[in-house]
Design a protein around this ligand. Structure first.
Ligand SMILES: Cc1cc2nc3c(=O)[nH]c(=O)nc-3n(C[C@H](O)[C@H](O)[C@H](O)COP(=O)(O)O)c2cc1C
Length: 471
């Protein structure tokens, strides 16, 4: 069987992920694994018709496709994303249709599931038969047990193709939205007193819903916020995964293009940041993806702490829950506040006017009050993964993160908390005594709310004091 491997890493042969593909090749010697370095050669694929045709011909004539890529910022690398967009733009979907597919990634398991959901959905949109995906940790190949799992994944995939196993669709196709947005007359205007408001769009179309949404939104402020289009930022290329940034946040592109200055001068300086774009396949555009990947020069250190974030999206955002999850996870990990997301999936223009105006109001209110809502599982879980990795085996490669994490109290492992350790020790010992255990069961609920009641009592006491003062 001929399996075409679409390799996503910009590192080409030096890709960690590719070593797992080579391993699969060795465990399945009766099948060929033909590797195409999509991530590394994307510029050529975009420009050179012969190079493009070679890849598409390989896809067309193969029995199955293996999407093999590293996790980059919640998804696939921007170079790979661009390839996926080109497949549709160039009408090459037919080469993929009906083919069996599987995905193999390596990562530190930070939002690996969103990348897997994405590629799964993309395959289904291409009419492929998606069998399975495998999320290997970066160093899993060095572990015998994990290698066994990988081997079985490969064997399962091959077997599914050979026996033409049925596959079920998991991500339904989009229902098209029909609204042609026609903004109404001027609405309310809000003041972002002393706050810098920045709207960034990947590319600004002259016409269409996105342009009109941005315009209407900006008109909801007393002073129209600055608008920057990524088209006008000098970005020479996507992240190359070299991790030079790990030591001191210096990027391979430092001094070679304008991205880092743009990020430091505009993005970091904004109090309110609004990200605007159009859904392409099951994410925003590859240009937005490149922006997020290139932001990795800050490695695992948050750079949007306390900012108000919002997203204005044209396209079926409500039907791509995976993308919502990415945007929420990203905001929470950044310790920013997600003030809202507005898309043009509305019944009428009046509703959309109201949503955009409401977003402006909410952004200014949240910025004024310094709102940063507590993180959910997405933010808390993600931060713990980074904390453990930077504390552990990624520390030498990401020394800048370690410095930041040390000085900002990120290493909040419970094992350092002496009080908790002593309480645990005492309680575990005492609960072995039957009489204590009975008392423990009786009192656990009231003890749990005791500290909360103290706060409420304090409020009552303060309220009475204030009332007396007023009298
Ligand atoms: C720019 C960049 C972004 C990354 N983003 C993620 C991520 O979101 N989640 C994750 O678990 N790992 C992330 N990683 C780690 C890589 O996925 C991991 O190192 C992978 O094994 C690299 O594979 P490769 O050598 O095949 O490129 C990122 C690495 C880089 C360089």
């Amino acid at each position: 069987m001929r399996i075409t491997v679409l390799s996503g890493s910009p590192k080409g042969d030096m890709s960690v992920t590719l070593q797992s593909v080579q391993y699969l090749g060795k465990t399945l010697p009766d099948h060929s694994f033909d590797v195409y370095h999509i991530g590394q050669t994307i510029a050529k694929l975009a420009k050179n018709a012969d190079a493009w045709d070679d890849v598409i011909a390989a896809v067309r004539t193969s029995d199955a496709i293996l999407w093999a890529f590293p996790l980059y910022v919640f998804l696939v690398p921007s170079q790979y994303k661009r390839f996926i967009e080109l497949v549709s733009e160039r009408g090459a979907q037919g080469a993929f249709e009906g083919k069996y597919a599987a995905a193999l990634t390596t990562s530190i398991n930070f939002f690996d599931h969103t990348a897997h959901n994405y590629i799964h959905g993309v395959c289904e949109d291409l009419g492929m038969r998606f069998v399975d995906s495998f999320s290997a940790g970066m160093n899993d190949l060095t572990d015998a047990g994990r290698r066994d799992q990988l081997r079985w994944f490969g064997a399962d995939f091959v077997e599914a193709v050979e026996t033409q196993t049925a596959t079920a669709r998991r991500f339904p196709p989009f229902e098209p939205s029909t609204l042609e947005y026609a903004p109404g007359g001027p609405g309310k205007r809000f003041t972002a007193a002393g706050k810098r408001v920045l709207v960034v769009v990947d590319s600004l179309p002259e016409e269409g819903n996105l342009a009109r949404m941005i315009q209407r939104f900006r008109q909801s402020f007393e002073y129209e916020p600055e608008l920057v289009s990524l088209e006008n930022v000098d970005i020479k290329g996507g992240c190359l995964g070299c991790i030079r940034c790990g030591l001191n946040n210096e990027c391979q592109y430092s001094g070679k293009d304008g991205f880092i200055d743009f990020y430091n001068e505009k993005i970091r300086e904004a109090d309110i940041l609004v990200i605007a774009g159009t859904i392409r396949d099951r994410y925003l555009s590859w240009e937005w993806k490149r922006f997020f990947d290139r932001s990795f020069f800050n490695t695992h250190t948050p750079t949007m702490v306390g900012k108000q974030l919002a997203f204005i999206v044209s396209g079926p955002l409500n039907q791509v829950d995976n993308l919502r999850q990415i945007l929420i996870g990203m905001t929470e990990w950044q310790e920013a506040n997600l003030a809202g997301m507005v898309s043009d999936e509305c019944a009428d223009s009046e509703t959309l006017d109201g949503l955009l105006e409401g977003l402006a109001k909410r952004l200014t209110m949240c910025a004024d009050r310094g709102v940063v809502r507590p993180r959910t599982f997405l933010g808390v879980g993600g931060a713990k993964i980074f904390r453990d990795e930077i504390w552990g085996h990624l520390r030498f490669a990401f020394q800048a993160d370690h410095k930041y994490y040390s000085s900002h109290g990120f290493y909040d492992f419970p094992q350092k908390d002496l009080k908790t350790r002593l309480v645990n020790l005492a309680m575990i010992t005492l609960t072995k005594i039957p009489a204590f255990r009975e008392e423990f069961f009786k009192r656990i609920r009231s003890e749990m709310i005791k500290p909360h009641l103290r706060i409420l009592d304090q409020m009552d006491a303060q309220g009475e004091a204030e009332d007396r003062h007023a009298d």
